[in-house]
Design a protein around this ligand. Structure first.
Ligand SMILES: [Zn+2]
Length: 455
């Protein structure tokens, strides 16, 4: 029996391997010239609300070296790749400021039980798909992404730049605590549970525990730290109205992160959770859908970032209709319009990210979710938010940024993360909803990962 099983297993393994290799081919960098010259493009630079051009853009190595409306001489003898843009739009690669690279594809049950090798491979495939949707950078706000990031940065597989937070830090019963009751009571100093050993989330119930968990993430290369300061929708045990960490616990996290030159961002919907976090020195609020006028005022005074999104209805449908989680989702969704109104009224520093969890179907709509911002913003404003504004939030990581250099803009000296769009996304933002068709070139760090420009 063993003799029969082994070759079958081996051939299945080889088949899987060859499929994986084939699937990788289109997304590998093409022969990588050190110089790329984009001729005759109009530029959306991530800053201005209009297109510039026609112009020419020269990329050398991983940097935008020159932008000029007079022809840039190209060294045709060398390895310069010349791209005639034909008047199409060159824009910065998109940035998703609220992403969970490890949690996008697997269903939640599988996340808690599946083999970690399998989960890493799923996340790798998703990372390649993410880049091919034109998202050249993600700010990962929770999940064990350090290995994935390393593999991408080393060129093992194609994927976006990742600003990792590492494990989500939560209290017992807080948002991100997915432990079953059979894991209770926790023995302080006792063995870790599954969610903790995978690095998905860490439970901390005192300033001392918080400090340890924060420092562990920083040690592994976290570019910012993520805590859950209030209840959440997807978590089985956390009521929406409950602020979770005490101010002292939040302060411990902030002090540890600031010692390391970076900042803490927190998941928080309610005024109570947001205000407590700000009092503790937190610099960014994820979500904020249930904020009120006085909270928005406080955020404006303190210069606190709001990283928010209009959640798609499908997110609630991941839970049985009428269930507690489904109801929590409705409560949060109902606040979205008010929160965006307040963000605009008080001119809050506003970032955008999708927060897609457990759904490859929704992930494929990442660009379409960006287009939904036009309920509150012009297409140009929405695109500025998903490029330069998001990059300004990323820059809060300071020296802990894994990618020194400027992101989110097309300007001389910035990192060369660029999309060539077949059309004008400012006139028609729906172009970003169909990246397979409309993003003809996708460049990250000066390397072209996709080129379907007609030759
Ligand atoms: Zn999230």
């Amino acid at each position: 029996m063993k003799i029969l099983v082994a070759p079958v297993t081996l051939s299945v393994a080889l088949l899987v391997l060859s499929v994986a290799v084939c699937a990788q081919q289109p997304s590998r960098p093409e022969t990588t010239p050190s110089v790329t010259l984009f001729q005759n493009v109009r530029v959306f630079d991530g800053k201005n609300l209009t297109l510039i051009g026609p112009t020419n853009v020269l990329v050398r190595g991983n940097t935008i070296e020159r932008i000029s409306n007079v022809p840039i001489p190209a060294d045709r003898s060398g390895n310069t790749q010349i791209i005639n843009g034909g008047g199409r739009t060159l824009m910065p690669g998109l940035i998703d400021a609220h992403w969970h690279a490890m949690l996008v594809r697997p269903p939640v049950a599988s996340l808690l039980t599946a083999d970690t090798g399998y989960l890493n491979l799923l996340a790798g495939a998703e990372a390649t798909a993410t880049l091919l949707r034109g998202f050249t950078t993600v700010r990962d706000v929770g999940g064990p992404t350090f290995g994935l990031k390393q593999a991408i940065d080393e060129g093992v597989l194609a994927g976006p730049r990742i600003f990792p937070s590492g494990a989500i830090i939560t209290i017992t019963g807080g948002h991100g605590d997915f432990r079953p009751f059979t894991d209770l009571p926790r023995i302080l100093g006792g063995p870790l549970t599954r969610q903790e050993t995978t690095g998905a989330s860490m439970v901390a119930d005192s300033p001392d525990e918080v400090r340890v968990r924060v420092r562990e993430q920083l040690m592994q290369g976290a570019s910012q730290i993520k805590l859950t300061a209030g209840g959440g929708v997807a978590s089985p045990h956390s009521p929406l109205d409950a602020p979770t960490f005490t101010e002292l616990e939040l302060r411990a996290a902030v002090a540890a992160a600031e010692n390391w030159g970076t900042y803490v961002t927190v998941h928080a919907y309610t005024p109570a959770a947001i205000k407590r976090a700000i009092a503790a020195g937190v610099k960014c609020i994820e979500h904020g859908q249930l904020m009120d006028e006085s909270t928005a005022k406080l955020m404006a005074e303190r210069g606190t970032w709001l990283s928010i999104q209009p959640f798609p209805d499908e997110l609630a449908d991941a839970f049985p209709r009428g269930s507690e989680q489904w109801q929590k989702a409705q409560e949060v969704f109902a606040g979205t319009n008010t929160a965006y109104g307040l963000a605009k009224k008080y001119k809050l520093k506003t970032a955008w990210g999708t927060d897609i969890l457990f759904s490859p179907g929704l992930a494929s709509k990442q660009g379409a979710l960006l287009a939904k911002l036009t309920k509150w913003y012009t297409p140009a404003e929405a695109l500025v938010m998903a490029t330069r504004s998001n990059a300004q939030l990323l820059a809060m990581s300071g020296k802990r940024s894994p990618y020194p250099g400027k992101l989110g803009v097309v300007e001389e000296g910035a990192l060369a993360d660029l999309l060539l769009v077949d059309g004008n996304p400012i006139a028609d933002i729906k172009l970003v909803a169909d990246p397979a068709k409309n993003f003809l070139i996708i460049m990250k760090d000066g390397k072209i990962y996709k080129n379907t420009l007609p030759r």
